[in-house]
Design a protein around this ligand. Structure first.
Ligand code: ARG
Length: 304
């Protein structure tokens, strides 16, 4: 018997992170206010359907071997289900830690007050970039380890000043990208690391210099059109070689499959009413300094 011949592409190692997530159970998910272009208080999610979709996502991730820890939702914090924005979990020199977000909008600021003690009880050291109206805004849905740095989008939510804090607090290199598209207000709507060399990238979310900088960071980008990105397909989660996606346009599927990824679709439509999808609902806490991004003890910020 002969081995099947496959088109030999450059070796690209799986991401090592993305095997441990924190999620918030949607006990009180509603659209109570409008802070992004998808939200409309006249269009409310169906609570039972939302819970069933969320549970299916948890089961899917656990079925792929990922650990999922679950935190209950505060009754007065309808957006807390988008756990990605609670904080940036990183395993640093002193063990697991989380840099809590300082949300742009007051409507979400109470979420971190509830999540912070919970993270601490789980054994994570917690810190803040800014807090109680002091310091720069930072929302963790803007930050992803890729290549030699933490890639951080700023503009609609995270402020440029936060990048400096992240770099020095975590002892890493931060590469900033300026987001200009109102519909891709967090970087996780336009960028999804797939493995060591590959990522989903939507350049039209960014200004020209930042788009060029992002394309230069990713050796093999899967470039998304604006239309493709607006299906929330970049708001996906990668566990090993499996991509858990809310939607997958045909052209994207073809390329992912050619690269050897398995695609699992999970319908999370109720949560699109709040302007977030699979990545927004899941917060990876296993990104490790020295493994997934190099240690740069003094910290360093690189802007396009
Ligand atoms: N309604 C939430 C907000 O506008 C949605 C957050 C989506 N999360 C994300 N990581 N993109 O803040």
């Amino acid at each position: 018997m002969t081995e099947p011949t496959t088109e030999q592409t450059t070796e690209s190692r799986e991401l090592e992170w993305g095997k441990h997530y924190v999620m918030v159970r949607p006990d009180h998910f509603r659209v109570d206010y409008v802070i992004n272009p998808y939200m409309d208080t006249a269009v409310q999610p169906n609570p039972e359907r939302a819970m069933a979709q969320w549970e299916h996502l948890v089961e899917t991730l656990r079925g792929l071997g990922a650990r999922v820890d679950v935190l209950g939702q505060r009754a007065d914090a309808p957006d807390m289900v988008y756990a990605m924005n609670l904080g940036l979990g990183v395993v640093g020199a002193r063990g697991p830690q989380v840099v809590m977000s300082h949300m742009r909008y007051a409507e979400r600021r109470m979420e971190t007050a509830t999540a912070e003690p919970w993270f601490r009880e789980q054994g994570l050291a917690t810190s803040y970039v800014g807090r109680d109206g002091v310091g720069a805004h930072f929302e963790a849905g803007d930050a992803f380890a890729f290549g030699d740095a933490l890639v951080v989008g700023y503009g609609p939510r995270t402020e440029e000043l936060a990048l400096k804090h992240l770099a020095t607090d975590l002892g890493i290199r931060v590469r900033g990208l300026r987001i200009t598209h109102p519909g891709m207000y967090h970087l996780d709507l336009a960028f999804c690391p797939l493995d060591e060399r590959r990522a989903l990238v939507c350049p039209s979310a960014l200004d020209d210099e930042s788009a060029a900088a992002l394309l230069a960071m990713v050796p093999e980008p899967l470039v998304l059109t604006e239309e493709e990105a607006l299906t929330f397909c970049a708001n996906s989660v990668v566990v090993g070689r499996t991509v858990v996606m809310p939607a997958c346009p045909p052209r994207v599927r073809e390329q992912l499959e050619a690269w050897g990824f398995e695609i699992v679709l999970v319908d999370i439509g109720e949560f699109h009413l709040g302007g977030g999808s699979i990545r927004c609902l899941t917060n990876p806490v296993d990104v490790t300094v020295g493994r997934d991004l190099p240690a740069v003890p003094a910290g360093e910020v690189v802007l396009p």
